[in-house]
Ligand binder design. Structure first.
Ligand SMILES: [Zn+2]
Length: 322
């Protein structure tokens, strides 16, 4: 079944319009755990020297498809048998898009940029180093072309002057073109407070299918807050399904937000409680199928209560540490 941490076991339903059975009121999903695999994942992270960056790669390879070992009775809370599993995949960190050149870069691409500037009568050295003079030259050209004078040869500028970056390897300082910061479509507040890390792990293969959210890794007891103004639609303080201890928040537009593997839920909250964005809703844990792994919040966004979408862009948009 599609992995959804104690929510709705479904497969291949993203974007689907077909019949599906939804039963969130029950603890329908089965508890499956793979502590060894998760421990291996953590070790892999540690061995990579990744301790607490803003974003880490593939932090929670919960389970690969086809692995059925380790299933425990639903809601039993008992540690399952530990399946023997190969080391989890650890994705390489995302490389920035090579669609711009910025100060500090050097190499053939910078030289080509300098040639373009000189061809337009802008005096810059032709040394392949994106220094102060080249930056000033880029600013002049940007003003001439009616672009924002940032001094960074972004994609818009390169396109206007017909320059394609050819050799990315020679330009280590190539970064993504500055663009308008992504705005959150759903979230108002990042759901975790403290020293966390997460990655774009939506859709990663897990035991029950594609991963339906993002895992935000932190420490036991870390503060979790409401990501929107809304209402607690459902919650459980006793471990139920893959999610263990979890809550659902629904906002005024009907969008749903799922917090799983919690350690505790704030005592004043119950189904129907109103919450405001930033309000503490509980603490991070590793309940449900996260037991025996590392503390993390499994977080989902389900627009209109439908299939989950990748929350990563929204998380990044409201991430105060970004
Ligand atoms: Zn997860």
């Amino acid at each position: 079944m599609t992995y959804s941490h104690g929510t709705t076991p479904r497969r291949g339903d993203r974007g689907g319009k077909g019949i599906r059975i939804i039963d969130r009121s029950s603890s329908a999903p089965r508890v499956r755990m793979s502590p060894l695999r998760k421990a291996a994942g953590l070790i892999a992270l540690i061995s990579l020297g990744i301790t607490a960056p803003a974003v880490v790669a593939s932090p929670m390879p919960e389970q690969l498809p086809g692995s059925t070992a380790g299933a425990a009775p639903e809601g039993s809370g008992l540690p399952p048998q530990q399946p023997v599993a190969p080391a989890p995949p650890v994705a390489t960190p995302a490389t920035p898009a090579a669609d711009g050149l910025r100060p500090g870069a050097s190499g053939a691409d910078v030289k080509a940029l300098q040639r373009k500037l000189r061809a337009r009568g802008i005096k810059v050295p032709l040394d392949g180093n994106y220094g102060k003079k080249t930056r000033a030259g880029v600013r002049i050209l940007q003003r001439k072309l009616g672009l924002k004078a940032t001094g960074v040869a972004d994609a818009a500028l390169l396109k206007k002057i017909g320059l394609k970056i050819r050799n990315v390897a020679s330009a280590p300082a190539v970064l993504a073109a500055p663009s308008a910061p992504a705005t959150a479509k759903y979230l108002k507040v990042f759901p975790v407070v403290g020293d966390y890390s997460y990655s774009d792990d939506f859709g990663d293969p897990r035991g029950q299918g594609a991963h339906q959210g993002n895992d935000i890794i932190g420490k036991m007891g870390m503060q979790l807050v409401a990501c929107v103004d809304g209402t607690i639609s459902r919650l459980t303080r006793s471990e139920t399904g893959l999610g263990g201890i979890w809550i659902w928040i629904v906002d005024a537009r009907g969008n749903e937000y799922y917090y799983a593997h919690m350690q505790t839920i704030s005592p004043e909250l119950k189904a129907g409680s109103r919450v405001t964005a930033g309000q503490t809703v509980g603490t991070m844990g590793m309940t449900g199928d996260a037991r025996g792994t590392i503390p993390h919040l499994h977080f989902e966004i389900r627009p209109n209560g439908g299939g989950s979408i990748n929350p990563f862009t929204d998380l990044r948009a409201v991430d105060p540490k970004k």
